[in-house]
Design a protein around this ligand. Structure first.
Ligand code: HEC
Length: 159
C-alpha cells in the first residue's frame, strides 16, 4: 500500500513539475509569436485555455490546503467551461479537418475527467483526489501533444 501511495505521489510531483516548467520552457519560443499575433481568430478559445490553466493551478493550491470543496469548485469550473462562440468553433473544426472527431473526443475526455475530479473531491478522499487530478492533467497533456503545435502553426504563424 505504501509503495502504491509513494508512486502516486511521485507521479503527481512529476506532473506538477511539468505544470510549472512547461510555461517557462514555452516562454522562450512562444512569447515572440504571442506578441506578434493577437489570437484574433480564436481569441475566446485561447482565453479559455488560459482559464483552464489557472483553474488547475488553483487545484494544486487547494490540494495543498486539503480544501476539497475548493478542489470541487475549480474542477466544476473546468468541467463546465463555456464553449467558444460558433464562429470560432467553425474555424477550429476546419483546422482539425479529418481529425475533428479526435479533437472532440479529447475535449470530452477533459470535461469528463474534470467532472469525475469534482465528484471525487466531494467525497473528501485526498488520495483519490490526487489520482483523479493526475487523470485530468493527462487529458490536457494528450490534447496538447496531438494538437497544440499544429494549432499554433495554423492560427498564429501562417497568417
Ligand atoms: C481538445 C484539446 C485540448 C484540451 C482537452 C486542452 N487543451 Fe489546452 N490547448 C489546446 C490548444 C490547441 C492550445 C493552443 C492554443 C493557444 O495557445 O491559443 C492550448 C493551449 C493551452 C494553454 C496555453 C495558453 C497560452 O497562453 O499559451 C494552456 C495554459 C492550456 N492549454 C491549459 C489546458 C488545461 C489546464 C487543460 C486541461 C484541463 C487543457 N488545456 C486541455 C487544446 C486543448
Amino acid at each position: 500500500m505504501k509503495g502504491h501511495v509513494d508512486k502516486a505521489v511521485a507521479g503527481l510531483m512529476a506532473l506538477l513539475l511539468i505544470l510549472w516548467l512547461a510555461p517557462a520552457l514555452a516562454l522562450g519560443t512562444a512569447q515572440a509569436s504571442e506578441d506578434e499575433h493577437d489570437h484574433s481568430g480564436v481569441h475566446e478559445f485561447h482565453e479559455t485555455m488560459e482559464e483552464l490553466g489557472e483553474h488547475t493551478e488553483q487545484i494544486v493550491k487547494a490540494i495543498n490546503h486539503e480544501d476539497w470543496q475548493w478542489v470541487a469548485k475549480e474542477a466544476r469550473a473546468i468541467a463546465e467551461h463555456p464553449r467558444p462562440p460558433a464562429e470560432e468553433r467553425k474555424r477550429i473544426m476546419a483546422f482539425a479537418g479529418d481529425r475533428r472527431a479526435e479533437f472532440q473526443k479529447a475535449d470530452q475526455a477533459a470535461h469528463a475527467a474534470a467532472a469525475t475530479l469534482a465528484d471525487v473531491a466531494d467525497t473528501g478522499d485526498g488520495r483519490e483526489v490526487i489520482r483523479a487530478f493526475a487523470d485530468l492533467q493527462a487529458t490536457c497533456l494528450d490534447c496538447h501533444a496531438s494538437f497544440r503545435d499544429d494549432f499554433r502553426q495554423h492560427f498564429y504563424v501562417d497568417k
